[in-house]
Design a protein around this ligand. Structure first.
Ligand code: BG6
Length: 464
């Protein structure tokens, strides 16, 4: 099939501050929760590579942004690190601010539109020690950080995002115990999810205020990024499977979609949470705050579908209600290295969900990519990694995106994650995502993989 990028459809790259910058103690940067975990239990990290390294973006940002330009990309999302921009007294750290000003200036010089996200799973450690997202004071601290960023960089950045994947911290840190501090406590998880929702809405309020005061670009926009893929269950589902689907979709997707499209949380989900003792603590006036959470557009991260079924047990090992169990689709095609299913049509299904259920909200695919282990074995004689699997992965996803646009989805662009190999949390550099390789033994040198040439050509052939 002939594949052409539609005219005006933007193509860029996504990465994040904590996964790229490194320089963890440079320029007054505070300890972040990733540094704490790395210091306390380095063996949890693949090859014992902790949070300190990133891919040296702190020193290589100019080279990286130029590289993006040379591939024809038009935009790039990263995130500021709260721990770099702010100090422990909740004042701006001028050295941190100077770094981000330099990155922004460089992107502007290269005519790369910089999308700036404010939070990518990376809380400063001192705030985590105060209770993290369970503590409402931390919500206030985040709002102060967001306010500071809007006011400092408001004239320089057009596209802002409050959070990347706000569902991940309640899930990974509080509900399933995979990430530091390894809790398995559904009740605390819901409190965290609720407080992040308030933090989002309050940050949007600050954004609108700063804009009204003329402190930001007139065309500035605010959004939220999440992994909103619609969940699937098995064929011929039972009523219990459908109930599992309602709650899975309710907590992971509709929770955020209703918040950012309509300014409230889904009533059926809150009702179920109340009935089973999982309702978070709220305060009078919260509903008014949530009403301000409506955004200008959305980022949709998509790697794999979620497949679930009715839970075998009604409660988990701690006695909390279980809403679903995973369902393994017998026909699933897997990315065996990352253990994630590859299902490109999921991206189309999300487009149709948006068209039908949230027709006024535009979106873009803000992350999509393929992480592969030991890519060295795919190196050719000339030393270039032949990542045909990645080309196939991106091609198939782009085809479904373009089909969704033809069928009425308002999808404006695509960002590949992570264009340049970067640090994947506790998987460190195990699975490489880049179209550009980073040589960890060779001073973080960047080298193009085959897919980099492929994307460049695709962009050159974009419809005129
Ligand atoms: C997304 C995150 O969920 O997935 C990224 O926003 C992350 O931060 C990416 O790196 C890929 O997942 P992983 O766990 O393989 O790094």
């Amino acid at each position: 099939m002939e594949r052409k990028i539609p005219k005006n459809f933007f193509i860029g790259a996504a990465m994040s501050g904590p996964q790229t910058e490194g320089a963890w103690k440079t320029g007054g940067r505070l300890e972040s929760i990733w540094d704490t975990w790395s210091q306390e239990r380095i063996s949890d990290f693949y090859n014992k590579v902790g949070s300190y390294v990133g891919n040296n973006f702190y020193e290589k940002y100019e080279e990286d942004i130029r590289l993006m330009k040379s591939l024809g990309l038009d935009s790039f999302r990263t995130s500021m690190q709260w721990s770099r921009l702010m100090d422990e007294n909740e004042k701006m750290n001028p050295e941190g601010a100077e770094f981000y000003h330099k990155v922004i200036r460089c992107a502007e010089d290269e005519k790369i539109e910089l999308f700036m996200n404010l939070y990518h799973f990376d809380m400063p450690a001192y705030l985590f020690r105060k209770g993290g997202w369970e503590n409402r004071e931390v919500v206030e601290a985040y709002v102060n950080y967001a306010r500071t960023a809007f006011r400092e960089f408001g004239k320089e950045i057009r596209y802002w995002f409050t959070f990347n994947e706000p569902i991940v911290e309640p899930d990974q840190r509080y509900r399933n115990g995979f990430w530091y501090p390894f809790l398995k406590d559904a009740k605390r998880g819901m409190q965290v999810q609720y407080h992040i929702s308030l933090a989002h809405a309050l940050a949007v309020r600050e954004f609108r205020k700063a804009k009204e005061e003329g402190l930001m670009r007139e065309d500035a926009q605010i959004g939220l990024i999440n992994c909103f893929a619609p969940p699937y269950t098995r064929e011929n589902p039972t009523p219990e499977d459908l109930e599992a689907l309602r709650m899975e979709d309710g907590i992971n997707n509709r929770w955020w979609l209703d918040l950012v499209a309509e300014g409230h949380l889904p009533e059926d989900v809150l009702k179920t949470l109340s009935e089973c003792g999982l309702m978070p603590e709220t305060r009078p006036g919260d509903e008014e705050i949530l009403k301000e959470g409506i955004v200008d557009w959305l980022g949709f991260n998509y790697y794999h579908p979620s497949r679930i079924q009715a839970p075998a047990e009604k409660t988990d090992e701690n006695g909390y209600p279980k809403f679903s169990d995973p369902y393994v689709w017998p026909e699933a095609k897997m990315n065996i290295w990352r253990g994630w299913e590859i299902y490109p049509k999921g991206i189309y299904d999300f487009g149709m969900k948006m068209k039908n259920e949230y027709p006024n909200l535009k979106f873009f695919v803000s992350e999509n990519g393929m992480g592969v282990e030991h890519e060295d074995r795919f190196r050719n004689e000339a030393g270039e990694i032949q990542d045909d699997y990645r080309i196939e992965f991106v091609s198939e996803h782009l085809d479904w995106i373009f089909k969704s646009i033809e069928d009425g989805a308002q999808c404006l662009g695509y960002h590949y994650w992570g264009l340049i190999d970067n640090w994947s949390w506790n998987n460190a550099f195990k699975n490489r995502y880049g179209m550009v390789e980073v040589d960890l033994m060779g001073n973080y040198q960047r080298k193009l993989k085959k897919s980099a040439g492929w994307i460049k050509q695709l962009i050159e052939e974009r419809e005129k």
